[in-house]
Design a protein around this ligand. Structure first.
Ligand code: AMP
Ligand code: ZN
Length: 478
């Protein structure tokens, strides 16, 4: 199957050709760990998890290397630790643990899920603080080759030293300078020159270096970590679209200049931004949604993941409570078929239509449409054999997008928890079933008065009915 990916570098959808099909390599910018991950941070984690799964499917599990870093040295971290009067490592370790718990709940693969003890790891989660010597070595190389200079304890990258600086973001230096609203530090030669290394005060984290005790700039962290784990050139680099400039542009500049002009990542993938209820997520607007809050409220990770994947990764998402509830109900369609494990699986192959949809620039909304089509091919009226094969394909296809664990999934219970809270009234399903049966009997005898009364009684219990060709179904009214 041909994999096509939209490459931000060329602004085109291209056929993906790895440098080495026996080791496809991908790097994704991970979180800066000082607070709970918000739902926007979860987007690249989920999107690139699906791509990692797809690459493993297409190229073989032992032929993909994935590095998703943890940024554990950064000025935001230093400021938060000072605010809370706690040690930096205490803050970063706790936040990293919270991040892991959250994304595990979202069905995201973790290094321990895919790495085999003793073998070269195929999933690495490098930490910035564990790669300081590599950053220093890269900075030394940039100074030696005339791309960087030292000034007042800082080391800066000279953007005029690279002719094609701006090629990824497609901005010229003049445009960047005109658009920049930053105050220019006096030690900078050029306004757009960016920091590779900066001095640390005694109470700030710092490492000895040829330029004194200091710490790295943010961009050099990813250049050094990707080089350490994936080599000088690799296949895919991912992250949110907000990172395109300056972060990714600067990664390209540093890495290519440190590697004698060798191309850095060959395919650049960027996920679109997420808004909440139509507005930019921000603490001041009070619409800042963390993954942890959603999980605590009762939304299962599968629903959050599915809601995310219903939109193509490059499109913006408007994250709403209604969208989550719609996703919860839609997921039930699949869970109805996959919940009980009956016969031994005969194959682990997903449906080719779903692999094809994902191979077309990770078209997850199309993959979801194909899942519905797949269900129609074996739902009522088909032989057991067709049904069994179909269910198996459905299970394998869901697993490919990280939704392989739908056992016991119950959308009505979720809706009830969300509506009433965990301790609120739970729906007495047996009573609902009994009332629906009585109403169906009343309708059969054309006793519409009674049938309407029962509908009202159920509405008071918070239950909405839907009459369809296959009978009456119910859901918790919203
Ligand atoms: P940060 O911790 O801010 O560096 O962000 C970690 C990742 O989340 C980066 O890949 C960002 O591009 C991504 N990200 C942050 N906010 C959003 C958002 N609202 N929508 C989508 N992606 C986001
Ligand atoms: Zn990065």
């Amino acid at each position: 199957m041909t994999l096509k990916l939209y490459n931000t570098l060329t602004r085109k959808k291209e056929v993906f050709e790895p440098q080495d099909a026996s080791n496809v390599r991908m790097y994704v910018c991970g979180p800066t760990v000082y607070d709970y991950a918000h739902i926007g941070n979860a987007r690249p984690v989920i999107v690139f998890d699906v791509l990692f799964r797809l690459l493993r499917h297409l190229y073989g599990e032992d032929h993909v290397t994935y590095a998703r870093n943890i940024t554990d040295v950064d000025d935001k971290i230093i400021a938060r630790a000072a605010d809370e009067d706690r040690a930096i490592s205490d803050l970063t370790e706790e936040t990293t643990r919270q991040f892991h718990d959250d994304i595990r709940a979202l069905g995201v693969l973790m290094p321990e899920d895919v790495n085999t003890p003793g073998a070269t790891p195929s999933f690495i989660e490098p930490k910035a603080t564990e790669h300081i010597p590599q950053m220093i070595a890269m900075i030394e190389c940039l100074i030696a080759s005339g791309h960087a200079y030292e000034a007042e304890g800082h080391v800066l990258f000279d953007v005029t030293s690279k002719d094609d600086y701006g090629k990824l973001a497609r901005r010229s230096l003049d445009e960047m300078e005109a658009g920049a609203r930053v105050e220019v530090a006096p030690y900078k030669k050029g306004q757009m020159d960016f920091v590779l290394w900066k001095p640390s005060l005694a109470k700030q984290p710092g490492w000895e270096s040829p330029w004194g005790r200091g710490r790295p700039g943010w961009h050099i962290e990813c250049s050094a970590m990707s080089e350490a784990h994936l080599g000088e050139s690799f296949d895919i680099h991912g992250g949110g679209i907000d990172l395109l400039f300056p972060h990714h542009e600067n990664e390209v500049a540093q890495s290519e200049c440190a590697h004698g002009g060798k191309p850095f990542a060959r395919y650049w993938l960027h996920n679109g931004f997420l808004q909440v209820e139509g507005e930019k997520m921000s603490k001041s607007l009070g619409n800042f949604v963390t993954v942890r809050e959603l999980l605590d409220k009762g939304w299962p990770g599968e629903v959050i993941r599915f809601a995310m994947l219903k939109t193509h990764y490059r499109q913006p998402i408007n994250w709403t409570q209604k969208g989550l509830m719609d996703a919860a109900l839609e997921l039930q369609t699949f869970a109805n078929w996959t919940s009980d494990e009956d016969d031994e699986p005969t194959s682990d192959e997903p449906a080719s239509s779903i692999v094809a949809a994902l191979s077309d620039d990770l078209n997850t909304p199309l993959a979801v449409a194909e899942l519905h089509k797949l269900v129609k091919t074996f739902s009522p009226g088909h032989s057991d054999e067709v049904k069994q094969k179909g269910i198996e394909q459905l299970r394998n296809s869901l697993r490919l997008i990280g939704l392989g664990e739908l056992d016991g999934y119950d959308a009505n219970k979720i809706a009830s928890t969300i509506t009433y809270g965990r301790d609120g009234p739970q729906i007495d399903e047996a009573r609902v079933g009994q009332l629906i049966a009585e109403r169906t009997a009343a309708r059969k005898t054309k006793d519409f008065k009674k049938s309407d009364e029962i509908r009202d009684q159920l509405a008071e219990m918070g239950i909405a009915l839907k009459d369809g060709p296959d009978g009456t179904t119910w859901e918790v009214a919203r």
